[in-house]
Design a protein around this ligand. Structure first.
Ligand code: DX5
Ligand code: ZN
Length: 219
């Protein structure tokens, strides 16, 4: 399967968001990753509905919304209405995860569940068949530009195995510290979607970096 690249807007220049979105529209990225942080579930605050609506006006790519917020079920319909194509919630933030996942599917969005680095993949065994996406955090959520946690490779294999055994069609998405040093191995282990923030936006030529990331992982 062709690897999906999802540049994270968290690392974009917010004062020039429209031109950043235009650049991504012209790139080989299929999704735009949109990190929502509430200052409660994670120790940082990013952006929410008004920014998503503004991005949606210009983006021609799928908006891949990653909710790092406590009890995200409260806001699913609003994120869908603001333009989310995929909505991913954290296992650790949802006391009623099954209900929240059904809410996402009922909204018409694709449903994802994210796992913090300390959360084992096996916690998804009872819900994996309902998921479109499993997002494995390869850093602790809250900030861009952190160092990739090596143990992630093992978790990708475990997720792949769980998906295979259950017959689920979920894609495996990796988020945090992704670059060309780890992308090839991630894909070899079974990752389908790579999120990349700083690696893309801090590079001198983001379009080329996105292309390189995509091509490096499809060989
Ligand atoms: C971290 C966010 C990531 C972040 C990735 O909490 O979920 O999506 O933007 O940024 P990099 O690729 O710079 O680690
Ligand atoms: Zn993210």
């Amino acid at each position: 399967m062709n690897t999906i690249i999802a540049p994270s807007l968290l690392a974009a220049n917010f004062a020039n968001l429209q031109s950043e979105v235009n650049m991504l529209n012209q790139s080989e990225a299929e999704w735009i990753h949109f990190d929502v942080m509430d200052g409660v579930f994670v120790p940082n605050i990013s952006f929410g509905f008004p920014v998503l609506e503004a991005v949606k006006k210009y983006a021609t790519k799928v908006l891949d919304v990653h909710l790092m917020i406590q009890e995200p079920g409260r806001y699913v319909e609003q994120f869908r209405a603001a333009g989310a194509g995929n909505i991913t919630v954290h296992y650790e933030a949802c006391p009623h995860l099954h209900r929240t996942v059904q809410q996402i599917k009922d909204s018409g969005a694709k449903a994802g569940v994210a796992l913090n680095p300390h959360t084992p993949v096996q916690v998804l065994s009872e819900i994996i068949q309902d998921l479109d996406l499993v997002l494995i955090m390869s850093v602790n959520p809250g900030f861009g530009g952190q160092k990739f946690i090596q143990r992630t490779f093992q978790k990708v294999q475990e997720a792949k195995e769980l998906i295979r055994e259950s017959g689920s069609k979920a894609l495996i998405e990796i988020d945090g510290g992704v670059n060309q040093q780890n992308s090839v191995a991630l894909i070899e282990q079974g990752a389908n979607v790579l999120v990349a923030g700083n690696f893309v936006f801090s590079s001198p030529e983001p379009l080329k970096t996105i292309a390189a990331l995509k091509n490096s992982v499809n060989v």
